[in-house]
Structure formats: C-alpha cells, structure tokens
Design a protein around this ligand. Sequence first.
Ligand code: SF4
Length: 339
Amino acid sequence: MDAILQVDNLKTSFMTSGGEVQAVRGVSFQVKKGEILGIVGESGSGKSVTSMSILRLLADTAKIKEGAVYFENQDLTKISKRKIRAIRGEKISMIFQDPMSSLNPLIPVGKQVSEMMKEHHPEKSKEELKQNVLELFAKVRIPEPEKRYRCYPHEFSGGMRQRVMIAMALANHPELLIADEPTTALDVTIQDQILHQLRELKHEYGTSIIFITHDLGVVAELCDRVLVMYGGLIMEEAGIDDIFAHPGHPYTMGLLASIPDIEQDRSKRLQPIPGSPPDMTNPPAGCPFAPRCPYARRICREELPDFVEVGANHRSRCHLQTAGAPADEHNPFAGGKQS
Ligand code: SF4
C-alpha cells in the first residue's frame, strides 16, 4: 500500500512561562492509502499535538522544532500559510472532540457546510452547493436534511453535531481525515454509529483516516494499524490483530489490561497503570515509562531504547526486547484483558 503521508522525526514544543514543554520528541510514521491508523495514548502523550502539527493548527506558543511532514511531495511544515490553508479542508480534514467549538453558533449548520465547500469550489452555484450539502447530510444520516439545513448548532444533539462536523470534513472529499477523539463525549450507541460511518467512508471513498483516542477498545473496532504513544514518543507500532495478540511493550500491556471485558470474571478488578505521565518540561533521559514500569532497571532510566522489530510490521521501543527478553510472557498487568 502506498503512503499518502510521511512524518519524519517530528518534534513540537510549547514555550510556556514554566519552560519548554517537549510535547512531541521525534515521531516518525506513515499513513497508507485507504487505511485507518489509530494513535492511542493517555492525555499528554503527544498524540493530539502530533495531529495538530500535521496541519499546523497549533497555538501561537507552539513551535515545530524539527522534522518534516510529507504530503504530495511537499513538506507541510515548510510550505506557505496560503498553501497549507488550501490543503486544510480540501485534501486533509480534521474533526475534533467538541464539535461546538468548531461550529459557529450564529450561523445555520447547512450554510456553514456550504461556505466550507464554496471556499474550495467557488465555481459552484448557491443551489448546487445546497444540493451537495443535503446529499452529504443524508450520507452521514442526518434525518430530514432539508429542515436541518436551516437549524443552528444548539438545536442539534451532541451526536448530530458530530455528524455535521463529519459532513463538513467530507465536503471536499479529502484524501486524509484526522479525527481527534471524535467520539469521547458521546454515549456508546452514538459512538458506535459514528465509528460505523467512518468505516463506510473508508470503503466508499478510500479515504485514509488517522483516528486519535485514549481508548484501545475503540481502536480494536475501527483501525487497521495502531501507534501507541507515551511521553511524546511512539512506543509501539503494529497491525491491529498483532497488538492485541502479542503486545510487545509494557505500556501497551498496561493499556490492554485496563480495557473492560464483558466476558471477564466480575470479581476481577481492572488494572489501572499506577503513577502518572512524565513532566514534559523535563522529560527523562531514558525510557519515559520507567517510573511506572515494573520491569524497569538501571539502563531504562539512563538510555532511551531504540526500536526493535518484534514481528512483521511490528516494532517496539523497550530495553527488554533489546536484551532479548520477550516482554509479553510475564505481563505485569495481568488480571485485566489480554487476548
Ligand atoms: Fe519498562 Fe525499561 Fe521497557 Fe521502558 S525500556 S518499558 S522501563 S522495561
């Protein structure tokens, strides 16, 4: 499968009064044509900053310090503001956790989607644009599209607002959709419908999707491949079946052990990962997971492990693998789910 996006050694920091927060510390990966790539990790792992860096949607205090993001033979970190604006919404779209913050409360939703389309297709007539919006609303299963076209965001439920955002993101048939925790605020039934819609999108248009979440359960339902991030770094990368069957990194094992399993013995408690994420103003020199890892030893605190291939298209960054000891034979977090 061809890559449509290539991220090379991306480093992004925030300059704050408390010092430089090294949110992303050298991240490299590809997104292949037509695949759904999950990026999973706790708050502060760097997953959202990675995605915002791709489209340069960062706050003024943030800076891409190093690295490149290649899309259609150009480095998105280096092109002009005018060029990146032309790519946003047309070739690469984004949907966020809170649709309210992305929708204008004073403009009917239909008009907002239509204006978004018009920006990239000024040649289309008003009637043509409206027709396209109604078709999109029907596609994302917004009932009574004609009536809903004239409604304001506050007249929609959370799930319906998210559908409007998906319609807006799809307005120009992007090649890549970045979805940053789009279902986190929704109840499970609506979440399921939104995931279903994203899957349909991939099948119908061949759209590639980066799906950012803290929930490995959602990743299992939706994604083809997953990156596990921690402390501003990728810790593990694998195909979806492989990561659940053979997790190679203790942090991934911890995440798996904390997923509720409907078939699990209810007397067994879920295993949270003890401790908290590292302070990114002063990230550790060695493995950032060391303070929380039951396997940690001296080398872990001193040296950042390199990636090791632990299977076909499966790499993990852990000293246990560099020393040749398989990490998944003695899951320290056992007791929760590990298939
Ligand atoms: Fe744990 Fe060491 Fe592996 Fe980090 S490198 S995950 S501290 S064993």
